[in-house]
Design a protein around this ligand. Structure first.
Ligand SMILES: NC(=O)c1ccc[n+]([C@@H]2O[C@H](COP(=O)([O-])OP(=O)(O)OC[C@H]3O[C@@H](n4cnc5c(N)ncnc54)[C@H](O)[C@@H]3O)[C@@H](O)[C@H]2O)c1
Length: 320
């Protein structure tokens, strides 16, 4: 077992639940302390320590880091793109204040490595949309994207000014069957599987040809841990890394579901999230992550649909 003590802030969300599981497998159950503002997620119960902790409570975070001798902090708590647009100032406050507090504490405590996720939402409508490069025009249009890009710059600043070991990935839309999605624009690609199994039809809030970069959660979790375990000299980018896996449209994910459930029907009723998606890349150039620290994805659309439907059928106790 590796000698690390990990603190997860925002452990009960879509990423947090699976990341907590995976980190407990790597470092041991008692060495991964899960925290969140909400109740412990039912899938985490009995798997290791859990505490209520508000990410805005810097005193509480510092006390937890000292008490548990924490060596790695994963800051996952945030308001996501669609939720953020409903209350932009709140999203800015939560996303930025939590990050700056954690960065300060990590500098103060020394020997604390920080992981903080960024997102493809940093890109905007002026960014090249196909194979979006690691370094390119960055003019985010949502408060979420603005907070993520500002956060990346702060991480770079702390790394260069104080030598803090802080690492980050620009996740594409993440798809998983364990945790529930938390209000992002790519959530349709999770909801569609539930609706296909439960009702045989789905009304999509994006139009049929909206291509977005996506990734299966298994790949995202493995990539996150691999980035955190990579030797520091391999982590050459002090901004968040682009990582990609697949790019598909609602029409294509529907077709991959129809392969398993031929009677499944989809229709389209684009809402405000269409405008958000239209400002994001269609596909990502992640060659820097691949060459610097060896990023590779395992899941394409068909393999993911196969796995999602298998697990969700068990979860929903449905036979198709
Ligand atoms: N899910 C995706 O597709 C995706 C894509 C790109 C980036 N990200 C980033 O990854 C991180 C985690 O995303 P997620 O999808 O798991 O989000 P989520 O909304 O599912 O989970 C966030 C968690 O943070 C908790 N939280 C919110 N406010 C808090 C507070 N004040 N104190 C403590 N906990 C609080 C919530 O209760 C929730 O459990 C976020 O930074 C998000 O921006 C996610």
């Amino acid at each position: 077992m590796k000698n690390e003590k990990v603190l997860i802030l925002g452990a009960c969300g879509q990423i947090g639940v699976e990341l907590t599981y995976a980190l407990r497998n790597v470092y041991g159950n008692n060495n991964v302390v899960a925290t969140d503002i909400q109740e412990e997620h039912h899938l985490l119960k009995g798997t290791g320590p859990f505490y209520h902790l508000n990410v805005m409570d810097s005193v509480g975070i510092l006390a937890m880091i000292k008490k548990e001798n924490i060596t790695q902090v994963y800051l996952l708590a945030a308001l996501l793109s669609a939720t953020g647009e409903k209350d932009p100032k709140k999203a800015w406050d939560i996303n930025m204040q939590s990050l700056l507090q954690v960065l300060d504490i990590a500098v103060q405590e020394k020997n604390v490595r920080v992981y903080w996720p960024s997102s493809i939402a940093v890109f905007g409508s002026t960014t090249p949309r196909e194979h979006t490069p690691q370094q390119t025009i960055v003019e985010p249009r949502t408060v979420y994207g603005i907070s993520k890009y500002a956060g990346e710059l702060w991480c770079q600043y702390y790394r260069q000014r104080w030598g803090l070991d802080v690492r980050s990935l620009r996740y594409p839309g993440l798809i998983s069957w364990k945790g529930e999605p938390g209000g992002g624009t790519t959530d349709y690609a999770v909801d569609i599987y539930y609706e296909a199994l439960q009702h045989g039809r789905y009304t999509c809030f994006l139009s049929e040809d909206t291509y977005l970069p996506m990734m299966y959660m298994d790949d995202a979790i493995r990539g996150t841990i691999e980035l955190m375990e990579a030797p520091l000299d391999k982590v050459r980018s002090s901004m968040a890394y682009n990582i990609g896996a697949m790019s598909f449209s609602p029409k294509e994910i529907a077709a991959s579901i129809q392969y398993h459930i031929p009677e499944f029907k989809i229709d389209y009723a684009p809402d405000f999230r269409q405008q958000i998606a239209d400002g994001w890349p269609k596909s990502i150039d992640d060659s820097a992550a691949r060459s610097d620290w060896g990023w590779q994805h395992n899941f394409d659309l068909n393999r993911m649909s196969n796995d999602m439907l298998k697990h969700l059928k068990d979860k929903l106790e449905l036979a198709v």
